[in-house]
Design a protein around this ligand. Structure first.
Ligand code: DGY
Length: 475
């Protein structure tokens, strides 16, 4: 951990003080930022396949749903064509029932060793799967409307962007309809995820209690070979115990032809109303309402959905004792006690009241996450004072750029500019120091997981406001 803010390199401190008075000047006058911009674009070029962008080579060689949304948000600043292709390609994998799949497989690259691949998912057993392209049979957090709105706002060619919005609007609506229709069996305005991978925070300690309850008999243990640990250090990846359960769940869905009713009715062991997924859905409804307004369509149904989900999050997922939002384990009918950064992200959807936001902030601004004066390396994913916290392990503590980006924007809604500004500077500092990694240790800022990770690069370009910087340069 950095102990004092004057440990920051001089140019970063300079940028910070300029930023207090001028949002662009500090970056513009810094050659360092220019170098980082170039490097970020190089990362995206390297992972661009001509149709979509891989999260990274090796470990994640296909198209991932929420990754592509974050990636499109970055492209929107300087390469509208790619941003549009990225989203179009993702939606080419949308299922007939509206589900946007977690993975759209890369049919141009048969050589990848990614597991579980198409042979394992066998999604063609579902009448809802598109057939072409091949996809996985689960989904990921709904940030699609958000990505489309940002594309509309940042695109150079407004007409083209509007054409894309007209094309994607009904598809995103169908996606949200699917979630409310098939993932909210109790009509609570909260949707469930049925696999840790659907939450996007695959290996979070939050899932431990659910996975531990899945007591697999010897004959239930799936027969498979992991490939993730061939690409990155085994020590930072999920354990075999967790992986057995991830794969067991895939088998469980496939055995039921990915039929949602059957999956729910048969008692799928992992059914969670996840706080991040529902907060992002709430925000996505608000963003879809704005897109509807933009296109001259009726925005009211989306506002209504956002309000209902916000109310449900406040009623069911708030932990009054600890002052943070938490997820709900539907199978065990109980809350999940783990405290992750996701518990603050209802801020991004403007869900908390001002008094709840104050309580959230009182918790966030402590050694559990990051005290403003402490100068951390951005905000860790998990409460550092809890015993499950592990600084280098995938989703069990490290800093992720996407969650920091969400928190950064969430704080705008609540007037926490100093903290917000601090997050932005920390991200720049971290990337300057370690490069565009998948995630970083909160203890020393070292990068872990995969190198040259696309969303770290794309969200960096967005958070620094690349479009404004480049527009100024052109003048
Ligand atoms: C994995 O770790 O392979 C999952 O697919 C991530 O979504």
């Amino acid at each position: 951990m950095i102990t004092a803010s004057n440990d920051y390199p001089k140019e970063i401190v300079l940028m910070a003080s300029n930023e207090e008075t001028d949002h662009i000047l500090g970056f513009e006058s810094s050659t360092d930022i220019k170098k980082l911009i170039k490097q970020a674009k190089e990362v995206l070029d390297k992972n661009w396949t001509g149709k979509f962008t891989k999260p990274t080579s090796g470990l994640y060689p296909h198209q991932w749903s929420w990754d592509s949304c974050f990636i499109a948000i970055g492209y929107a600043h300087y390469n509208q064509e790619r941003a549009e292709k990225e989203l179009r390609h993702l939606f080419s994998g949308q299922w007939n029932n509206g589900m946007v799949p977690q993975i759209v497989f890369n049919s141009d690259d048969e050589d990848t060793d990614y597991f579980p691949g198409t042979d394992f998912w066998q999604t063609s057993c579902s009448p809802n799967a598109p057939g072409e392209p091949d996809t996985s049979g689960i989904c990921q957090p709904p940030v699609h409307a958000t990505a489309l709105l940002l594309l509309l706002e940042n695109a150079k060619d407004a007409e083209k962007a509007e054409r894309l919005a007209r094309e994607l609007f009904p598809k995103i609506k169908a996606w949200h309809d699917y979630l409310y229709r098939e993932r909210d069996p109790l009509n609570e305005d909260l949707v469930y995820v049925r696999h840790p991978w659907e939450s996007g925070q695959d290996n979070s300690p939050v899932w431990d209690q659910v996975l531990k309850r899945m007591d697999l008999e010897e004959q239930d243990k799936p027969d498979y070979e992991r490939t993730d640990t061939k690409h990155v250090d085994t020590a930072v990846r999920p354990t075999d115990f967790s992986y057995d359960r991830y794969i067991y769940l895939v088998n469980y869905f496939r055995d039921r032809n990915y039929d949602e009713n059957e999956i729910y009715r048969d008692g799928c062991p992992f059914l969670v109303q996840d706080i991040l997924f529902n907060s992002l859905l709430c925000r996505a409804n608000r963003d879809l309402a704005r897109i509807a307004g933009w296109l001259g369509k009726d925005a009211l149904p989306f506002h209504e959905r956002a309000l209902k989900t916000a109310k449900a999050v406040n009623n069911k997922l708030w932990d009054e004792e600890d002052g943070i939002y938490i997820s709900y384990d539907l199978r065990a009918d109980q809350h999940i006690s783990g405290h992750s950064l996701a518990g603050f992200l209802p801020l991004y959807a403007h869900i908390p009241s001002p008094s709840r936001a104050r309580r959230l902030f009182d918790y966030l601004d402590t050694g559990s996450f990051c005290e403003l004066d402490e100068s951390c390396f951005a905000i860790p994913t998990y409460d550092r004072r809890r015993e499950e916290y592990t600084p280098k392990k995938y989703w069990r503590g490290p800093i992720w750029i996407n969650l920091n980006w969400l928190l950064y924007h969430g704080l705008t809604n609540y007037g926490r500019q100093r903290y917000q500004h601090y997050i932005k500077q920390s991200i720049i500092y971290l990337i300057n120091m370690s490069g565009f990694y998948e995630y970083y240790s909160p203890e020393n800022g070292d990068g872990y997981g995969s190198k040259d990770f696309s969303w770290s690069a794309a969200l960096f370009l967005d958070i620094i406001g690349l479009k404004r910087i480049e527009l100024k340069d052109e003048m």
